[in-house]
Design a protein around this ligand. Sequence first.
Ligand code: C2E
Ligand code: CA
Ligand code: CA
Ligand code: CA
Length: 279
Amino acid sequence: AKAAGRATFRFFDPHMQVALDASATLEADLRFALQRDELRLYYQPVVDGSGRVTGVEALLRWQHPQRGLIAPGEFIPQAEKSGLIVELGDWVLAAACRQLVGWSATADSAHLTMAVNVSARQFRQPAFVDQVLAVLERTGADPRLLKLELTESMLLTDMDDVIAKMTTLKAHGVGFALDDFGTGYSSLSYLKLLPIDQLKIDRSFVHDMLHTRHASSIVRAIITLAYSMDLAVVAEGVETREQWSALEAFGCNAFQGYLFGRAVPLDELAVLPDGGAYC
Ligand code: C2E
Ligand code: CA
Ligand code: CA
Ligand code: CA
């Protein structure tokens, strides 16, 4: 009886109620965020070995009227749970593709690739392929400049469906990157089955690579693996020149991280007009 009493008490814990309210409010707000045009895309540069920008990754932000700028980690998991991620993902794709068309008029930026993150639930939708093709058609964006970023864990169930979707989009020119590579499942046999173009080394390994042998071995192994399978490889989270040169010494030739630029709104993407080296 005592335990039940405590359980009942905990159920009505006022702090817990506050947390529940906050998450319910956030979710309701998020629904309006789409209608009220509060979502923003920020762009982080991806650079080659000489520091030249070859593309950007679109990263979602929510410009909340009261709370200010909210990072995706704070609302994407919720959007996944509620299913709102499908609408949200559609918005992201459309905004990213419109931007591709927007800067394709400038010769210097016409070749820049646009990487877009795709969530598991979004990718699982039976209509995902049609959704992407419709956005490409509607915006007139060049599919060869669009790179969809998937994570390992979302590729391992219902593999036939995954392969079919990727193959169809690939036939239209769309590229695929495997995000956060190294953090997921260790079975690598699936890599051969999937039409992937690029591995992105998770930033936790880049962060640790100069301090632990373990991390630097993993980084080297991923780079070797990528080249042996004819895949491109991008190192994420490069923050220092030391990390950059160590990665270059390992053979990596594409980089992303605060050293080269944070994710910024379009008008702060200073590197865009001249497209030249800026390091
Ligand atoms: P991600 O795809 O791994 O994106 C990289 C994250 O690392 C971004 O955080 C970026 O700002 C951050 N970052 C980049 N360089 C550095 C660095 O040098 N050091 C450190 N410490 N961090 C760096 P952000 O923008 O907060 O995004 C977090 C995650 O949210 C993303 O991780 C991605 O999984 C998800 N996300 C972002 N935008 C979208 C979207 O449009 N759709 C979906 N489904 N997920 C998104
Ligand atoms: Ca990503
Ligand atoms: Ca990543
Ligand atoms: Ca991540």
